[in-house]
Design a protein. Structure first.
Length: 226
């Protein structure tokens, strides 16, 4: 396969659903299990966009937008984002899908504050010089999948109290952030539904749908379409 001399570089910055947590396999295991590369939505994105694009997967389980996790530690997206941008520059596009972990009971945040956390990260990207020729990269903001039914999982339900209700508010709030800052926006809830097994993570078919939707959105962005 001939590799194009000039490639577009896309950073996918997210949490466990970008990392590729497999809820089906994890239900049979004592440790987290990851979908294969080609199954995860960044891998689906890579396959749809083709050889002219370099996709960087930057997912971390438990990652928040801007909050220090007092129990899990080292999950603050704001702390890691700037060095991540510098490490991978020049970046043509940052695709960001975060916010689900901000809904944990321990943070006590309303949906509006989750959106403010995402907005803070957008500002970091747009102030950076991590794009081509020292300019900021473009941003595609994705509202994360809704939190599903957790009633059959008492411990998780307690950990994510009222998270379903709050998660359903995020698409409109994220849309407003995107409009305010000139970002592209995709409502991930229109293309995914969480696994019935854990109410949080995406099964293989959902990764496929999300990856295709992101690819279609990218194909419409100025300077990124082929």
């Amino acid at each position: 396969m001939k590799i194009p001399f000039f490639m577009k570089t896309i950073l996918c910055f997210g949490d466990s659903n970008t990392w590729g947590w497999d809820p089906v396999a994890a239900a049979q295991s004592s440790a987290p299990v990851r979908h294969p590369h080609a199954v995860r939505w960044p891998g689906v994105l890579r396959n749809h966009l083709g050889a002219g694009f370099h996709i960087i997967e930057e997912g971390q389980s438990g990652r928040t937008t801007v909050h220090d996790d007092p129990l899990e530690g080292s999950r603050n997206g704001r702390v890691y984002l700037e060095p991540c941008l510098e490490s991978h520059q020049p970046l043509d596009l940052v695709v960001m899908m975060l916010g689900t972990n901000d809904l944990k009971t321990r943070f006590g945040l309303p949906a509006g504050d989750v959106a403010l956390g995402v907005e803070a990260l957008v500002k970091i990207i747009q102030r950076s010089k991590s794009g081509p020729q020292g300019q900021p990269p473009q941003v595609l903001l994705i509202a994360p999948p809704a939190v599903g039914d957790l009633s059959h999982l008492p411990a998780l339900s307690d950990k994510f109290a009222r998270a379903t209700e709050k998660s359903l508010q995020l698409p409109e709030l994220y849309r407003q952030v995107a409009q305010s800052h000139g970002c592209a926006f995709l409502d991930g809830q229109l293309h995914t539904r969480p696994s019935a097994l854990d109410g949080l993570h995406l099964e293989a078919a959902e990764h496929d749908r999300l990856g295709q939707a992101v690819a279609e959105m990218i194909s419409k962005l100025n300077g990124l379409n082929k």
